[in-house]
Write a protein that binds this ligand. Sequence first.
Ligand SMILES: C[S@@+](CC[C@H](N)C(=O)[O-])C[C@H]1O[C@@H](n2cnc3c(N)ncnc32)[C@H](O)[C@@H]1O
Length: 465
Amino acid sequence: MKEINMKEIYSNSRSERRLCEPVVDYCTKNKEKFQQFELFPRTRLMAKKGDIRVIELFAGVGGFRVGLERASKRFKTIWFNQWEPSTKQQDAYLIYMRDFNDEGSEFSNHDINTVPINEIPDSDLLCGGFPCQDYSVATTLKNSRGIEGKKGVLWWNIYNILHDKGDKAPKYLMLENVDRLLSSPAKQRGRDFAIILSSLSKLGYIVEWKVINAADYGMPQRRRRTYMVGYRKDSIIYEKLEPLLKDPVDYIINSGIEAKAFPSVEDVGDGIVKMKIGRDPAYNTVHFNENAKQNQPSPFKNSGVLIDDYCYTIDTLPQYDGPKLTLGDILLDDKDIPEEFFISKNNEKQWAYLKGAKKEKRISANGHEYIYSEGGMAFPDSIDKPSRTIITGEGGSGPSRFKHVVPSKQSGRLRRLIPIELERLNMFPDNHTAGASDLRRAFLMGNALVTGIPERLGTIINMLI
Ligand SMILES: C[S@@+](CC[C@H](N)C(=O)[O-])C[C@H]1O[C@@H](n2cnc3c(N)ncnc32)[C@H](O)[C@@H]1O
């Protein structure tokens, strides 16, 4: 048997770049930002030979793009789509347009359900953090036309692009979702993920996944998300990695793309699980894990690979001994903090109450008395560790259990985090979202990803293509 030369597989003269350290240049990148949004006439960016043409869906403020462009200048985003259904003002889209103006790209600010697929340019890599929903297939098995997804369920928009573009579909995928994706819905754990995997298998993709907590790899925020990477069987990456797929355990732990980007070891537990996924999402909608008992965990472990009809899945533990950033590392000096972010002495009690442990009598809407209890939260947040996950409701001055509160660096006065600090926790350049209201900037960061993750994945993909 021919010996596999890993060095050969992963070598690429264009990317003799050490794997990105978390202390990337995001702290120093203090680009001048416009205070007002301005739109510029835009032309389609022409990719050169050797470029990796990217389309970004559900783009938000461009987390994938920020990370991929740090990984390599070869990643050229030639088209993106972003449309926020809940507001008239399209802040994320406008910010994306402004911040990436230098690079130039095509754009779309429409509900993805209304975008004709023939208007989306051909590309090499499709990336996106698709909103989390119920992914089931609407058609009954009997009437099933195969894999028609429920209308309005945004996974199927990704699927339709990959399907309808046929031979011209992107050969590579990078997708992000919440960690819950692996275990939903509660009554049929893992069904949604099985639907997604089987639809990708049908289209000829090999798919890797890993649940990654950014803080485990030195990044400043504890944010746990599922990252999927896919490559089609007619791609150069498949050609290179196909020999490695013959040993799925080694592939998941050592030699696959996610394994290279996010080193880990096998966790104690059940070991490798091999599971038939098939290529029929309609079948999985009804039958995947249909006899699961209440509270039975999902059959999907935190890492895995899908190869044709089967997936292999195993729990892994992160292995990382590089530099580590904490919440304290990204805080600004007191002089840079606007007064409204400080917590007044009058309000401190209310904050402490909301953050504190409690066990108290309450009356429900229909008049029943019940005991409400919850544990305590750190108040203020520890600045010696990576921060807790930022959520969309992080902004606004009202006291809250979930917003971060830190002691300010010089005076020790308690305060909330300002928008630049939230951007830093996701490893965006400072002021990436400037121009929108503080409340909105917090919302956008609560929706976004830690850009160091696509950066590391992009670094490996760049070595392979
Ligand atoms: C989880 S966020 C992704 C954030 C992004 N990765 C970032 O770094 O900012 C999902 C995005 O999908 C957008 N979205 C929701 N429904 C949409 C639709 N029907 N068409 C297009 N975009 C949509 C939301 O506005 C949101 O920005």
